[in-house]
Design a protein. Structure first.
Length: 271
């Protein structure tokens, strides 16, 4: 495997607050990579810098070998990076179908005048866009609700629709920001299987933030851990979950020592 995403010494300061401090990591082509850490660790700020929503104070982001540091979100998306958000962002008043079709239209080459004049290219692209949107809705089991307003969907369905909308951009790298937030244990297990399916179906690389540690441990091949903006650990799930710095970040030093005394100083045995 080769690195699709490389992050080099990335930092972000908001006034006197250093939200992300000198973080480096690489995500290999085709892997599912997890980013975890306690609340306020800087995970979403880190995602925002990768996708152009926040400009880094220092450091560099490379995607597929090219620098994307400082590019606007739409430029990053056109290069093949798509994301979801911790707080779901859908066009609530538009139909489920249009929520997927509109992002897919950004890949069309015919342009406004081609659509107005009804050129053959525009007609073909419109048909292909609609077909692709239906296939994505089929993937997330929402074809029977395609014409309903997106805002009327139950929470779990809105989560899946947001992933479908990100996939409509045909990305190479999919960033998921807390995709299991608000889901029950059964829904979380189903989501993990779905993420694996998406990775295989679309030949994607996946980078996700998630608070559900057991889900991340079972889903990701490698994991990085942030705490107070710094990367405190990175490695396989087995390596990360028993790292003393990680256990302390989640449980505190006192509970870490108590767990260690009982030979249970790993996240999987204490959460």
């Amino acid at each position: 495997m080769s690195a699709l995403l490389e992050v080099r010494s990335l930092s972000k300061a908001f006034g006197g607050l250093l939200a992300v401090s000198d973080v480096s990591l690489s995500v290999e082509q085709g892997e599912i990579f997890g980013l975890i850490g306690p609340n306020g660790a800087g995970k979403t700020t880190f995602f925002n810098m990768l996708t152009g929503m926040t400009r880094p104070t220092s450091g560099e982001v490379l995607f597929a070998g090219g620098a994307i540091t400082g590019l606007r979100p739409e430029q990053v998306a056109r290069l093949g990076v798509a994301r979801t958000f911790q707080n779901i962002r859908l066009f609530a008043g538009l139909s489920v179908f249009d929520n997927v079709r509109i992002p897919r239209q950004s890949r069309e080459r015919s342009g406004l005048w081609g659509n107005i004049l009804g050129s053959p290219l525009a007609s073909r692209e419109e048909r292909e866009t609609s077909e692709a949107a239906w296939e994505l809705l089929k993937l997330v089991n929402l074809t029977d609700r395609a014409m309903r307003p997106a805002g009327s969907l139950p929470y779990g369905d809105r989560r899946r629709l947001e992933i479908a909308r990100a996939l409509a951009l045909a990305p190479r790298l999919l960033l998921l920001d807390e995709p299991a937030a608000g889901m029950n244990p059964s829904e979380k297990a189903g989501l993990a299987d779905f993420i694996r399916q998406v990775r295989e179906t679309f030949d994607l690389t996946v980078l996700l933030i998630e608070h559900n540690v057991p889900m991340v441990m079972g889903l990701c091949s490698r994991i990085a851990v942030l705490n107070f903006g710094e990367r405190i650990a990175m490695g396989t799930p087995e390596e990360v979950q028993c790292d003393p710095k990680v256990v302390e970040a989640y449980l505190g030093a006192q509970k870490r020592d108590a767990a260690a005394a009982g030979e249970g100083a790993c996240l999987h045995s204490t959460m």
